[in-house]
Design a protein around this ligand. Structure first.
Ligand SMILES: Cc1cc2nc3c(=O)[nH]c(=O)nc-3n(C[C@H](O)[C@H](O)[C@H](O)COP(=O)(O)OP(=O)(O)OC[C@H]3O[C@@H](n4cnc5c(N)ncnc54)[C@H](O)[C@@H]3O)c2cc1C
Length: 480
């Protein structure tokens, strides 16, 4: 294969139109030098070229964030090195390519009895894609998000330089790239910390009709020294249909599942918990579960328990993906809204949003708190000011039965209503997986961190070549 830079060179001379007109052309790469020489070439063309570069992981982000208009889209999953290598040392880790899927990392590390500590709910996402955001799931209250669990990165900057960075080496770039929305470099390799993997998971769901009891219990559980290994929760509003439940199958053998509980027109809150164990620890694990549950105030008749393998638990959304795909309900528009809400405002938010703005749901609505004390504050990731904040993920699907674009427009209007209400009420929320249409909104999102973000852009991607789909900086318009 001729190198990509060479191809661009030829195209630049003869057929540049191929790159600039074709919006969705993806290039396949073998190694970091293909990426480096491509970016170097574009960098050296300066503002004379409008070309930009988007790294595309598994392409699951919204609003075209992994795309570029008339530029180069790099298919990160075609990055073939480094080969995944597990190092089962005292502080075990795995070296992986930035385009590796988390599901593959799970299977490879399990061969050594190890596993990453912090996950996302869905594992068919790339390392580069989630580390550019944060990677938040039910383990984040304990281990922080995925960006907290990385020892080292290899990054190709917006000048085409290949740089290794860590807490001790090129520190500014390391923390900038983690949660940096792809703005400072393309992650080509990551060193991810591991821990011993359990074999089994006890998976628990309990229901509440009072939000205050539900959130008090969630906050209590995340404050304990010895708690569950995973804590999430979701809201059930006029629950109907499978599309609302795609997050997990829970226990297929159990005919009455918490997520299928008929809410009877009321809003219900489901606390979802998990504890890891090995078969020989079953008795001690059951005692711990019983003791922890005895401290909670859920509706007693709504205790749903299940035991599944560690892999089945972590890969739970994929089981639903297969079913949704079979029904043509997976590849549909997903106007998702993810928010981080300070603890002091969550009750007001929930009252207004689940009580007034959303009359029904067309997909899961996740809600759970995390501790900022467990998060490294040096990364680019922006959180609300308070030490405890909630992730609220309104994961709507627009299914074919919705009337044309009306279904999509309806959900987008509801999302905007939620954002408008939050702004009017000055709740101090931050968007997760943020989307804004102009730089003023981005400045407000970053707040006091904006200056540092701009300085880093100027240092590592001065021509704004990288990740244009985030719409933070524009090439050809100097941003300082
Ligand atoms: C079903 C489902 C469930 C999800 N659950 C969770 C969850 O529980 N928790 C959570 O935190 N998120 C969750 N997400 C969101 C997901 O983490 C983000 O959308 C993530 O960006 C997707 O990863 P990707 O590989 O598809 O990245 P893409 O969508 O391809 O890319 C995302 C952004 O990162 C940039 N990028 C991609 N690769 C690189 C790289 N190597 N270096 C630098 N920049 C790069 C892209 O340019 C783009 O700006 C979920 C998404 C889906 C579809």
């Amino acid at each position: 294969m001729a190198t990509l830079a060479f191809k661009i060179c030829i195209m630049q001379l003869k057929t540049l139109a191929i790159l600039t007109i074709s919006n969705h052309q993806q290039f396949y790469i073998l190694n970091r030098f293909d990426i480096s020489s491509t970016i170097k070439h574009i960098y050296h063309m300066g503002y004379a070229s409008e070309l930009t570069v988007a790294a595309r992981g598994h392409g699951h982000s919204l609003q075209g964030q992994s795309q570029t208009q008339g530029g180069v889209v790099i298919n990160m999953e075609s990055l073939q090195e480094p080969l995944m290598e597990v190092h089962p040392l005292e502080l075990p880790y795995v070296d992986v390519s930035g385009g590796e899927l988390w599901i593959n990392i799970l299977h490879e590390t399990l061969k050594h009895g190890l596993s990453p500590k912090s996950w996302t709910d869905y594992l068919y996402l790339t390392v580069g894609g989630t580390l550019s955001n944060a990677g938040i799931s039910g383990q984040a209250f304990l281990h922080g998000p995925q960006i907290n669990n990385v020892y080292q990165l290899e990054v190709v900057t917006g000048k085409g330089e290949v740089v290794t960075c860590s807490e001790k080496q090129n520190t500014d770039l390391f923390y900038g790239v983690l949660g940096g929305l792809g703005q400072f470099g393309i992650i080509t390799r990551a060193r991810i910390s591991l821990q011993p993997a359990p074999k089994m998971v006890k998976w628990i769901r309990v229901l509440y009709s009072e939000f205050s009891l539900f959130s008090e219990d969630q906050e209590h559980l995340i404050s304990l020294e010895k708690s569950f290994d995973y804590i999430e929760g979701f809201v059930l509003i006029n629950r109907t249909g499978f599309v609302n439940n795609w997050r997990s199958s829970f226990n297929p053998k159990d005919p009455v599942q918490a997520s299928q509980f008929i809410s009877d027109g009321k809003v219900l809150y489901c606390l979802e918990l998990a504890i890891y164990f090995n078969p020989e620890e079953t008795t001690a694990m059951n005692q711990k579960v019983e003791s922890l549950l005895s401290e909670l105030s859920f509706i007693p008749s709504t205790l749903f328990l299940s035991e599944v393998s560690y892999v089945d638990f972590l890969d739970r959304v994929h089981t639903s993906e297969i079913k949704l795909r079979a029904q043509g309900l997976w590849e549909v528009p997903h106007p998702w809204l993810n928010l981080l809400i300070p603890k002091s405002q969550i009750s007001y938010f929930s009252q207004e949003v689940f009580g007034n703005i959303l009359k029904d749901s067309n997909g899961p609505i996740l809600i759970y708190p995390v501790n900022k004390s467990k998060w490294n504050r040096k990364t680019s990731f922006i959180t609300p000011d308070e030490d405890i904040f909630y992730l609220v993920a309104i994961l709507s699907s627009v299914v074919p039965s919705s009337t044309g674009t009306d279904g999509l427009q309806h959900r987008l209007t509801l999302n905007q209503k939620i954002l408008d209400f939050s702004a009017r009420a000055n709740l101090g929320i931050k968007q997760y997986l943020p989307h804004y249409s102009n730089q003023e909104e981005w400045k407000a999102h970053f707040g006091p961190q904006w200056e540092l973000f701009v300085q880093r852009k100027s240092a590592y991607d001065p021509l704004a070549i990288l990740a244009p789909g985030q719409r933070i900086f524009q090439k050809a318009i100097p941003f300082l």
